[in-house]
Design a protein around this ligand. Structure first.
Ligand SMILES: C[S@@+](CC[C@H](N)C(=O)[O-])C[C@H]1O[C@@H](n2cnc3c(N)ncnc32)[C@H](O)[C@@H]1O
Length: 189
């Protein structure tokens, strides 16, 4: 956390340009198998807003990010919607939700922060609420462009989530290279 990459006007502009052809459309199709339409959904790390727009065609979505620059961008490009300033590790929000979604966000959390996030997700979800998160697959962690990146394997994600969530789906998929990503869908216990 605390990485400048998502925090300056220039780098946010660059990220939005680089990510313009990338979306979580396929992940959202998986989510739809488990979370009914019109559910109240929290998105963590909405970033450019690409997935928010897709999610919003099916759900009542509350978008959020911990970067003021991304929030400025979201407020400017999607007016009349309220985006929350939320950190994934603490999720300081009073509302409760039917579902929580993130696409390539939670890998920025260290193991202890992810453990706290999982507990907070349990607390802000309604009974039997659904989570849907993607991660980079691999081992260990590194700093990439000053950002902390935590790689995960299926087993460590299962271990992290299983205290609070029943794992409904955990699959490997391709973002850029074969087998580089993991999708986890779970149900609040
Ligand atoms: C790789 S981008 C993904 C954005 C979007 N989900 C997408 O798929 O285009 C990561 C996003 O997560 C946000 N982010 C990083 N760490 C975060 C944290 N601890 N809490 C909330 N958002 C965070 C960044 O500001 C950025 O918008």
């Amino acid at each position: 956390m605390g990485a400048d990459y998502y925090k300056t006007k220039e780098s946010v502009k660059k990220y939005i340009e680089l990510a313009k052809d990338v979306s979580g459309a396929k992940l959202i199709e998986e989510l739809k198998k488990y979370l009914p339409a019109k559910s109240e959904l929290l998105e963590i790390g909405s970033g450019p807003g690409t997935d928010w727009k897709i999610l919003n065609t099916t759900y009542h979505v509350t978008g959020s990010d911990n970067s003021k620059e991304f929030l400025n961008h979201l407020n400017k490009t999607i007016p009349n919607e309220k985006f929350l300033e939320l950190d994934a590790s603490t999720l300081k929000v009073d509302n409760s939700f039917d579902g929580i979604y993130s696409n390539k966000v939670l890998h920025h959390l260290k193991d202890g922060e992810l453990a706290n996030s999982v507990k907070r997700q349990y607390e802000i979800l309604k009974p039997e609420g659904i989570i849907c998160h993607s991660f980079w697959k691999g081992e260990g962690s590194e700093y990439f462009k000053g950002m902390f990146v935590n790689y995960h394997k299926k087993d460590d994600l299962k271990r992290m989530f299983k205290g609070y969530f029943e794992i409904l789906l955990i699959i490997t998929y391709q973002e850029f290279e074969e087998g580089d990503s993991l999708l986890l869908i779970g149900k609040r216990k």
